[in-house]
Design a protein around this ligand. Structure first.
Ligand code: GLA
Length: 726
């Protein structure tokens, strides 16, 4: 049984693949956290909770001189709240009609469901046995349902809270987080992923201090600045050993994740929708759904935690139809032509790679409206026939005639000032009356909180997709909200803007994706600035970064893999010298690094020589051999490019019969020591054949003695190894 309730001790044991999450209902009715970690027996563990009130610390409400009394100093409730002696960060902050902001949420019952209900209008994980814990404040007729979902096949718990207002008055929610979770007193580090354009998701590990550490976004998007992901690690935890917990928020708007070390040295993790510039009007009888979080645990270090997250996202979050299906191997024209293309040029780009294994031409920005640069046309989703003589169909027919599929770029959430749609409907753009708007990449944003705007977007995008034979869509998003205001919202609802933007985004994603079930969608955001679990729910892969230089990509892909599976990362071979950093690298190096994800090409293929074509063909054949591992395998990060001159990723099949190792050396040095790489994740007792070394070796040898990697001369060299069980 995945969820077990011991009636005598009122203890809940939630069991994932190899973890236990436990809490109990104490004498006062509070749900008190007990444990989250490695799977344990269902023993009595309430002995870990102490009783009593220290001086200067408040009792539980009304509990003076009551035997077994508790104060919040001793209690770690599954939800923290304000004004009743709990001075930690509150999970919820309601403002009742009387002005009173206190709440006490006590156990009022529970249900165990065989399958998790989907959240209406928001992305969430699929399947999994679910506990719904009903907590209620009798005084205020205010409730919170805490959802916990466990999965038999991965070490992730999905959590969220639904707040509801049974009273006759509106309750204002100043804060409505998705979860709170305690960890016992200890020494902890926080690992987060920060970055910017072309340098997304760089890991940063810092010690947690007494007080509150937080990461957030106030941009109405998840952003490249800080990913909605936070891991808490034991101070001694490494890539391969030790306790690692993580929180991934399935949300694509302003968020906050916090880790508080309390005065007793315990840790409290919590977060959800950012409560900065947030206030939700919860009308009488209404409920408020918070976004879901995926909480992972591994005793096998950061690597184990990543593998738990990869499994959970692949098996329970990303579109089942596509997540493990072979991905389109595409040629994207962006870096090959930028805005400067014709039908003839696009056809020539396709012709140059037809027959190599590249199977899809993606036509990027510039095919619609009046769009010859980034100053105009966004929102006018009709084909620019002046530029593309013969329309889209001319290109599509040609691409099909050489055996390839066709993909198209959109940026549905945007509007250019110089566009027909803005001239007709300036109110579709986000803005505050009488104030000048901020430009970003010369463009404004569509007001997705307005249903009429959403209908316009859905209808115009679906019209193009319905009219032409399109197999693939790249959905871009190149700026962030500046004016947090909607003409379509009443004044008292303006602080709901950022969350309503997310709901609007989910609505248009859902309506466009579900109307086009045979189209494969890729997310993008000025590179990888919106690489988050909510986007992955709609789009199975995301453009990882506009920086496609192989050296830089080792770091970006390393950091991204901490929280996301390889199959979610779109990785392209681009031109050399690279357009972002000017570095020259070999085609083989660019290919080997781009193979560690959903691979593709993005350069002007019309300059290819016969040798280049042959090399690309060989690269794709090699990719096809490792594709299953990229889509389904377990990732082991062997060498870290942030801390060494090397990068290596090893991917091992679930049954450990196959593996692939990619090794990369940044700079060459004279007279180097032999470079030994110790493998991970194999079966010690299996024998593996490695054709590149012509060796058959046991897993035990490969994981203790390792192999010696002899890189060629020069910088930015790669070596790849295939392992096949003998
Ligand atoms: C963004 C994307 C690029 C490309 C351009 C087009 O920057 O990240 O891949 O699509 O937009 O304008």
């Amino acid at each position: 049984m995945a969820i077990y309730f011991d009636k005598e001790t009122k203890t809940f044991y939630l069991e994932g693949k190899s973890t236990t999450y436990a809490f109990y209902i104490n004498n006062f009715g509070y749900a008190e956290h007990l444990y989250y970690g490695k799977r344990i027996h269902r023993d009595y563990i309430i002995y870990t909770r102490s009783e009593g009130v220290r001086s200067c610390i408040a009792t539980a409400p009304g509990a003076d001189n009551v035997s077994g009394q508790k104060s919040f100093h001793h209690m770690n409730p599954e939800i923290s709240f304000f004004g009743t002696g709990d001075y930690r960060e509150p999970t919820v902050h309601p403002r009742f009609a009387s002005g009173d902001r206190l709440t006490t949420l006590l156990y009022a019952g529970h249900e165990i469901l065989d399958e998790k209900p989907a959240i209406s209008g928001m992305p969430s994980m699929r399947g999994g046995k679910t506990l719904v814990l009903h907590l209620y404040d009798e005084v205020k007729s205010f409730g919170a349902d805490l959802y916990y979902t466990v999965f038999d096949d991965c070490d992730v718990i999905a959590r969220r809270i639904v707040y509801y207002n049974d009273s006759g008055d509106t309750v204002k929610l100043d804060r409505a987080y998705s979860f709170a979770m305690s960890l016992p007193s200890g020494e902890y580090d926080m690992l987060s992923l920060h970055g910017g354009w072309a340098c997304e998701r760089q890991p940063e590990r810092v010690p947690l201090h007494y007080g509150v550490a937080s990461i957030d976004s106030k941009r109405a998007t998840s952003s490249a600045t800080l990913n909605p992901f936070m891991a808490i690690l034991g101070r001694d935890t490494t890539e391969s050993f030790g306790d690692a917990w993580s929180v991934s928020l399935i949300y694509s708007s302003s968020f906050v994740l916090k880790a508080e070390i309390t005065s007793s040295g315990e840790a409290l993790l919590l977060g959800g929708i950012n409560d900065f510039d947030f206030e939700w009007q919860l009308g009488a009888g209404e409920s408020f759904e918070t976004p879901e979080v995926a909480i992972a645990y591994s005793a096998d270090g950061i690597g184990g935690m990543s593998r738990a997250l990869h499994d959970a996202m692949r098996d329970h979050l990303i579109n089942e139809k596509y997540v493990k299906a072979p991905r389109p191997v595409l040629i994207n024209n962006w870096e090959g032509t930028y805005f400067n293309f014709t039908k003839e040029k696009l056809c020539a780009i396709a012709d140059a790679v037809a027959g190599t294994g590249i199977d899809t031409l993606v036509l990027d920005d510039g095919w619609f409206g009046k769009r010859d640069d980034d100053k105009s046309g966004l929102g006018d989703w009709f084909v620019n026939e002046k530029k593309l003589v013969g329309g889209l169909d001319g290109v599509i027919e040609h691409v099909h005639s050489v055996g390839m599929k066709f993909g198209l770029w959109f940026e549905p959430e945007m509007i250019s000032e110089d566009s027909d749609i803005f001239r007709a409907h300036p109110e579709y753009a986000i803005g505050v009356p009488d104030r000048a708007r901020c430009y970003s990449r010369h463009q404004f944003m569509m007001d997705l909180t307005n249903p009429e705007v959403r209908d316009y977007i859905v209808n115009s995008v679906n019209a193009i997709l319905g009219k032409h034979k399109i197999d693939y869509v790249k959905w871009d998003y190149n700026r962030n909200v500046t004016e947090f205001f909607s003409l379509a919202l009443d004044s008292e609802l303006q602080s709901e803007f950022a969350h309503r933007y997310a709901l609007g985004l989910y609505d248009i994603c859902d309506r466009i994706v579900s109307a086009n079930p045979d189209i494969f969608f890729e997310g993008c955001s000025g590179g990888g600035a919106r690489f988050d679990p909510a986007i992955l729910y709609y789009f199975p892969q995301v453009w990882t970064s506009d920086n496609s230089d192989a050296e830089e990509r080792t770091r970006i892909q390393y950091g991204t893999s901490i929280a996301y599976p390889l199959s979610a990362m779109a990785c392209h071979v681009s031109a050399s010298p690279n357009h972002q950093v000017g570095r020259a690298t070999r085609l083989a190096t660019r290919g080997d690094i781009a193979h560690l994800g959903a691979t593709g090409y993005e350069l002007d293929t019309t300059v290819f020589t016969d040798d280049d074509r042959a090399a690309v063909k060989a690269q794709i054949e090699a990719y096809k051999k490792m594709e299953r591992l990229v889509l389904e395998g377990d990732l082991y990060r062997i060498e870290n490019p942030y801390t060494s001159n090397y990068f290596s990723f090893m991917i091992v099949s679930k049954d450990k019969s196959q593996a692939h190792l990619t090794c990369y050396r940044s700079l060459n040095h004279c007279n180097p020591a032999p470079h030994r790489v110790i493998m991970q994740g194999l079966d010690e007792n299996k024998q593996y054949y490695i054709p590149e070394l012509n060796l058959i070796l046991h897993g035990s040898v490969l994981m203790s003695v390792g192999i010696v990697v002899n890189f060629g001369k020069g910088d930015f060299e790669t070596k790849v190894y295939h392992l096949e069980e003998k």
